[in-house]
Design a protein around this ligand. Structure first.
Ligand code: NAG
Ligand code: NAG
Ligand code: NAG
Ligand code: NAG
Ligand code: NAG
Ligand code: NAG
Ligand code: NAG
Ligand code: NAG
Length: 317
């Protein structure tokens, strides 16, 4: 006799994107070994050769990423990240070349999109944005606000039926400052005026049915102060599950933005941030945006300002 949970999981199984089909090909990416060599061309080649019905392996080494990557064609692929991807500190290059994400003039260093994509970091895989250089640089700018071209670490764009697990995201690049009115339903903030610096580690845009599981985000600077940072944002996305996240940062731990629906956040720990934000909607006149069906369960906050806040921007600089 099958118990009800077994029957339920059998019913759910066809919808869950975990079952790997037979792999025809496998690409193991070689690292050039120093930041003098840009590993992006080798990485792109592997994704072209093995990004459909294949397996892509990053070895336990450091890969140096000195240029943008728009990887949009994935289909039924396993991506094993056993090493570190380290983005270069060539700020003028990134400001000129980071890719537009189609939302609020924001841009990104890496786009990953496709269907049935399984990324596993096996608790070792790391995306390192080399953010200290950015934190230092922005602190020297006369106007630190919304600097055009400053990239998000990674944007999952048009990613469907996918699982991303056991990865670490360190010190991502994006950081900008805005003034905003924060309307909170939970104490201590009834209506507070905040000046916040945001840093985007990751965003999901136009993505559906994606599980992001066992993720560590640490945006604490090594030698430069990153005061405030976002863990992850969702934009125009549905059925996104965040499970077992640990986020060290100073701004929104997770943030649901325009047209985010059916988002679940479970078993997460947020340190030093603002907690979960529903927000930045209503910034533009004549635009209809919704945030619906957000479920939050078993989330711990340590030194976060709010648990869940409902935010409407009324002013941006
Ligand atoms: C390459 O690494 C060296 C040593 O860490 C560093 O000084 C240099 O700025 C790096 N260059 C880039 C483009 O990341
Ligand atoms: C950035 O673009 C400007 C204007 O097109 C150009 O003068 C500059 O050389 C570029 N810098 C880099 C690092 O690509
Ligand atoms: C990324 O590549 C896809 C497919 O070629 C293209 O449609 C999209 O516009 C590209 N995105 C950017 C920001 O260049
Ligand atoms: C985006 O850039 C355009 C042109 O530079 C500007 O008119 C617009 O106000 C910007 N939007 C935002 C949200 O910053
Ligand atoms: C700050 O600089 C950025 C980039 O030059 C610009 O888009 C923004 O409008 C400026 N903000 C203010 C308040 O001057
Ligand atoms: C949760 O994620 C952490 C990594 O951040 C990992 O060490 C731990 O094993 C995960 N817990 C479960 C129950 O998967
Ligand atoms: C986060 O990064 C900072 C700076 O490297 C480090 O001191 C701290 O131990 C890290 N925290 C975790 C939980 O890895
Ligand atoms: C949100 O969805 C509505 C209705 O489909 C659409 O009119 C609006 O442009 C969307 N907003 C964004 C930011 O995509």
């Amino acid at each position: 006799m099958w118990s009800i949970p077994v029957i339920l999981s059998l019913l759910i199984a066809p919808l869950s994107p975990v079952a790997a089909k037979g792999h025809q090909k496998s690409c193991v990416i070689k690292s050039g070994g120093s930041n003098v060599t840009d590993d992006a061309p080798a990485i792109l080649k592997a994704f072209k050769d093995c990004g459909q019905n294949g397996r892509i392996v990053f070895e336990p080494k450091t890969y140096y990423v000195n240029s943008v990557m728009n990887i949009s064609w994935l289909e039924n692929v396993d991506i094993d990240v056993r090493g570190t991807l380290l983005w270069s500190n060539d700020i003028p290059y990134w400001l000129n070349n980071s890719m537009d994400v189609g939302y609020q003039n924001q841009s990104t260093a890496l786009i990953i999109g496709g269907n049935n994509v399984r990324i596993n970091g096996y608790e070792k895989g790391t995306f390192d944005g080399n953010g200290d250089y950015w934190y230092q640089w922005i602190s020297e700018q006369p106007n630190t606000s919304n600097y055009p071209g400053r990239p998000h670490g990674v944007t999952f764009d048009k990613l469907t039926n996918s699982v991303i697990r056991s990865l670490t995201f360190l010190r991502s690049q994006m950081w900008y400052v805005r003034n905003r009115i924060l309307v909170s339903k939970t104490p201590p903030c009834g209506l507070c005026l905040l000046t916040a610096n945001l840093q985007r580690t990751m965003s999901t845009i136009n993505s559906h049915n994606v599980l992001l599981d066992s993720i560590l985000v640490n945006n604490t600077g090594n030698w430069a102060q990153s005061s405030n940072t976002d863990g992850a944002d969702t934009i125009r996305s549905s059925h996104i599950a965040f499970n077992n996240w640990t986020v060290y940062n100073g701004d929104d731990s997770l943030s649901m933005k325009a047209n985010s629906t059916d988002i679940t956040i479970t078993n997460c720990k947020f340190y030093d941030g603002l907690g979960i934000a529903m927000g930045s909607i209503g910034q533009y006149n004549d635009q209809f945006e919704t945030i619906e069906r957000i479920t939050v369960e078993n989330v711990e906050y340590d030194n976060t300002l709010h648990a869940v806040s409902d935010r409407r921007d009324t002013d941006t600089i």
